[in-house]
Design a protein around this ligand. Structure first.
Ligand SMILES: Cc1ncc(COP(=O)(O)O)c(C=O)c1O
Length: 388
């Protein structure tokens, strides 16, 4: 049986060579390869600086905490974010000392709704909100022009969670370069795969300095010349440093990013063509040249004679992996169950997608035969339901 995975990692000769270089160098903790990756990713995104971390979650924690220090925001300041996301967005907001406040999402492109953001900000007390954290889910950029204008008007900086949106363009600029800072995750199922790694991107020198020190225990002095003061720390930080191996794996992919993004987009287009006949039961993803697709998201319409979970179980029997399209954090996520009552009835789109959305892989190693296999499985299963 064929296996259509969410993601596949295939080590290239160049990656093997760079990993071997790390082993031979004797320097496996953060060093020259990480610095090289930081320069390459900053250039790719179109930012002055990039700070590598050991995950996207830690990038968001360090980035948000840097912002709190930069602006002197007290613990408990509110941050507006998307009700539908991978839980890391909320966890990082919480651990960085912000209180997450959720707005509902667009049912097609999954980003938070700017009208709802505006309604919250228009009624806010001065200083109540300290960050606006849109998530570019599945690669679809949030409507940054409106969000940045709202941020400007109400004095609330925009922090982009671009974990899932490597290379996505918003009005010709890469996401992650538009807000005061952006974060990325290079988890194994993302477009650029390092296993585990993250990055903060920013043009703000003070955020850069704070985030760099926060990820390294708030260390003040970092060069051999400062040896007498080596263990001086003036911030309560973390150890979010990454490894040379991760950078070695990521570097060749940054060089090939355009090709990776193009192949994934082609797979989204190819699946849309093949599944067009099933639109009455499935909402297919909007195709957009500017999107760096994390996966191929589908939503089972209420008209379909099956549930999302029943359909995904049948796909799984045919070797086709799926993942649910996350959950509504305040109303469907046990870790945030204390919010369920307050948000009851307020995030219907997030709940709809949380119950009915799922995604397939659209990764660059899929072949046209793989896409045919997926389309045949869908057609076969749909025929069986029609015959019932
Ligand atoms: C939207 C979003 N934010 C943050 C993260 C956190 O990244 P990581 O898993 O690298 O910690 C992820 C991970 O997939 C994500 O999807």
């Amino acid at each position: 049986m064929r296996r259509i995975a969410i993601a596949e990692f295939r080590a290239s000769p160049e990656q093997r060579r760079l990993v071997q270089e790390v082993l031979d160098s004797g320097r496996i903790s953060e060093g020259p390869k990480v610095a090289q990756f930081e320069r390459a990713w900053a250039e790719f995104v179109g930012c002055r600086s990039c700070i590598a971390t050991n995950s996207g979650t830690s990038a968001l924690m360090a980035g948000l905490l840097a912002l709190r220090h930069r602006l002197g925001l007290p613990r408990g300041t509110k941050a507006i974010t998307s009700a539908l996301s991978f839980i890391a967005t909320s966890n990082a907001i919480w651990h960085a000392g912000f209180e997450p406040v959720y707005v509902d999402v667009d049912p097609v492109r999954f980003h938070l709704l700017p009208d709802q953001v505006e309604a919250l900000l228009a009624e806010a007390r001065p200083g109540e909100y300290g960050a606006l954290v849109p998530v570019h889910l599945m690669g679809y950029p949030a409507p940054m022009d409106r969000l940045l204008a709202l941020g400007e008007r109400y004095g609330v900086p925009v922090v982009e969670d671009a974990a899932q949106a490597h290379g996505s363009l918003y009005q010709g600029r890469r996401v992650g370069s538009l807000g005061v800072l952006g974060i990325f995750s290079f988890y194994i199922s993302h477009n650029i795969q390092a296993g585990e790694m993250g990055a903060i991107t920013t043009d703000d020198e003070a955020i850069d300095d704070l985030a760099r020190r926060l990820k390294d225990q708030g260390r003040v002095y970092r060069t051999e010349e400062d040896l007498p003061r080596w263990f001086v720390h003036d911030l309560v930080g973390f150890n979010f440093k990454t490894l040379e191996f991760q950078a070695a794996l990521a570097l060749p992919q940054v060089a090939d990013a355009e090709e990776i993004l193009r192949a994934r987009r082609e797979n989204v287009r190819g699946l849309n063509e093949r599944l067009a006949g099933l639109r009455e039961w499935f909402q297919l993803p909007e195709y957009d040249e500017a999107v760096g697709y994390l996966g191929y998201p589908l939503v089972v319409r209420p008209e379909a004679p099956f549930s999302r979970d029943a359909w995904c179980a049948l796909l799984s029997e045919r070797g086709i992996e799926t993942r649910p399209l996350f959950r509504s954090i305040p109303t469907q996520q046990p870790a945030y169950a204390h919010l369920a009552e307050a948000y009851a009835g307020r995030v219907p789109n997030a709940e709809y997608l949380g119950e009915r959305g799922f995604y397939l892989g659209c990764h660059q190693h899929l072949t046209p035969e793989d896409l045919d296999y997926v389309a045949d499985a869908f057609a076969d299963l749909a025929r069986a339901y029609r015959a019932r």
